[in-house]
Design a protein around this ligand. Structure first.
Ligand code: ADP
Ligand code: NA
Length: 327
């Protein structure tokens, strides 16, 4: 991709699951060698838009740091940091919020969904997409890997770059979406919904720290259908197709190759093949997460170091913003 700077963030919600890995983190790892500048943030300011237990939050931040490192985020190639350690995020968010109208935020999907679930949401939840825009623009980022669910939030960041530039003079590049894979991993219990950490059914989700036995059990119980042949047709056979997709992604082969490896196997036997592929990829990641997690001081050091580097990039941009605004 030549030049450019990538920014992305992930909430510290504990150890990621297979959906996070295949839908986002695997791509984050490969972007490190495609762009000269890459920043990945554990976005704890975003987390407190909903109630958090402080001890749990602190532990989740370290879980996420360990997980990102174990998946292959390399602090030599990416600035890995904790959002709250760089106070410029909050300050730019305030300034951008003053350039955002209430109606512009009111129709964004995440607010509609989450505020309905809670009956009412916090002001922080309402302005969450403005903070996201600040995260991106603070580093003059040019590329943002996003899932489809985040496209409208990135559009707000693009709008705010334009609005700021129009009012105060050109400063921010308009960040482009890098639509990460369209791969969506489905719940193992209900393939009509995506695999999600908020799923209350523990058998629905494979975590990157699941043991080989957990993985085997969850895949054995995965919902398929009454046809025992293995085919790939996400519309009519979402359960089996989810297994094929997971198999292909974990074995790093195409979907056709995965289906052809299933020739002559019924879904029961095929699940064992998928299990092998998942275990092979997850085991070294799990072991590395556990190794890193045993040394919290080291993880805190990595985040502190990343925070320093992020602040070095953020400070001159914010200085320029403040000056343009008239502070
Ligand atoms: P969750 O839905 O489990 O709360 P997040 O919303 O925190 O996960 O998503 C973190 C990242 O992982 C996002 O980039 C999102 O697009 C991706 N992601 C989450 N769930 C899946 C899934 N089931 N399949 C593919 N990607 C996913
Ligand atoms: Na989510």
């Amino acid at each position: 991709a030549g030049g450019g700077r990538v920014f992305s963030g992930i909430q510290p919600t504990g150890v990621p699951h297979l959906g996070n890995y295949l839908g986002a983190l695997e791509n984050w790892v490969s972007l490190q060698s495609q762009f000269p500048s890459v920043l990945y943030s554990i976005v704890d300011l975003h987390s407190i838009t909903q109630p958090q237990d402080p001890a749990q939050l602190r532990s989740n931040i370290l879980d996420m740091a360990a997980s990102l490192l174990a998946c292959g985020i390399d602090p030599e190639r990416a600035v890995l940091f904790q959002q709250s350690q760089v106070s410029e995020h909050a300050e730019l968010s305030w300034i951008l919020g003053c350039l955002t109208s209430m109606p512009r935020l009111r129709h964004l999907p995440q607010w509609k969904m989450k505020s309905k679930q809670k009956n009412e949401g916090s002001v922080g939840l309402f302005t969450y997409p403005v903070l996201q825009a600040a995260d991106i623009l603070l580093y003059k980022s040019t590329h943002v890997p996003v899932g489809e669910d985040q496209v409208q939030h990135l559009e707000l960041a693009q709008d705010l770059a334009r609005i700021f530039n129009n009012r105060y003079g050109d400063l921010f590049p308009e960040p482009a979406a890098l639509l990460s894979s369209t791969r969506k991993v489905k719940s193992l219990r209900d393939p009509s919904v995506k695999m999600s950490k908020s799923d209350p059914h523990i058998m629905a989700t494979i975590s990157l720290t699941d043991s080989s036995d957990d993985i085997a059990l969850k895949l054995r119980r995965a919902v398929t259908d009454f046809n025992s042949e293995v085919t790939f047709d996400p519309e009519t056979r979402p359960g089996v197709s989810n297994l094929v997709m997971i198999h292909a992604a974990m074995a790093m082969i195409g979907v056709e190759e995965a289906v052809s490896q299933a020739a002559g196997l019924d879904t029961g036997a095929y699940k064992r093949l998928v299990t092998e592929a998942v275990i092979q990829r997850v085991t070294p990641i799990r072991e590395e997460i556990q190794r890193l997690r045993a040394d919290p001081k080291h993880l805190e050091g990595v985040l502190r170091e990343g925070g320093c580097r992020a602040r070095e990039l953020a400070a001159p941009v914010l200085r320029e913003v403040r000056q343009r605004v008239g502070f």
